[in-house]
Design a protein around this ligand. Structure first.
Ligand SMILES: [Zn+2]
Length: 220
């Protein structure tokens, strides 16, 4: 079976996406990309996260050609493919309809620096791409344009739809989706009772510096 490790991670992290409440029902999808083989492994369309097995994961080229798999790939395969084209260092993409990020997407608001953990996205603001029908090449194109216009961001909020997050590993992309759901929740809650304070570019600069040495291995 091609991309066995990726298939297993897509199954395992899919369950975490569901358990963390980042996606409702069969919504949302996950993928990994192997640039050496030029292949993407992506979750199947319309199969529940707890019903997905490694063999259900579809392996395909970025142009949409299916290489291995019996299932139909996620309808957002073009969106994942476009994200890998726009972010050559990305090895995983997680797309969610997480409730608070989607609330801001419904309000047509980007995710702002109301909490310093937004720095995990590599940016002070997670940009909003204009509304386009789900599962279309036009949506992939539109998100690709937003990624090109915002070269640092590792995530995009899709208007009236949800979030897409990428990373150097599945764990990075998943953790970013979780962190951004927290920031979106804080932003929405703060807006319910007042006007949230947004961190200044200089404050966010200091956060980015701290983030570069944060964690168990400062040499990383
Ligand atoms: Zn979606």
């Amino acid at each position: 079976m091609l991309m066995e490790g990726s298939r297993e991670r897509i199954v395992a992290y899919g369950k975490r996406v569901a358990s963390e409440g980042l996606a409702v029902g069969t919504s949302g999808n996950l993928s990994e990309f192997d640039p050496k083989m030029g292949l993407m492994a992506i979750s199947p369309s319309g199969v529940g996260y707890f019903d997905t097995n490694p063999e259900d994961v579809v392996v395909m080229r970025l142009d949409g050609t299916i290489v291995e798999g019996e299932r139909r790939p996620s309808s957002e395969a073009p969106l994942h493919a476009q994200t890998y084209r726009c972010r050559p260092n990305a090895r995983a993409v997680v797309h969610t309809h997480s409730p608070f990020a989607t609330t801001l997407a419904a309000l047509g608001q980007p995710i702002r620096a109301v909490h310093f953990t937004i720095a995990d996205a590599g940016t002070d603001v997670v940009p909003l791409s204009p509304y386009v029908t789900f599962g279309t090449p036009e949506l992939a194109e539109s998100v690709g344009k937003t990624l090109a216009e915002n070269p640092k961001t590792q995530a995009v909020l899709m208007e009236s739809h949800g979030l897409i997050a990428c990373g150097a590993s599945m764990d990075d992309a998943f953790t970013l989706a979780v962190n951004l759901e927290f920031v979106a929740r804080v932003q929405w809650q703060a807006e319910c009772v007042g006007k949230p304070r947004v961190l200044t570019p200089s404050e966010m600069g200091s956060v980015a510096e701290r983030f570069s040495t944060y964690g168990q291995d400062a040499s990383k």
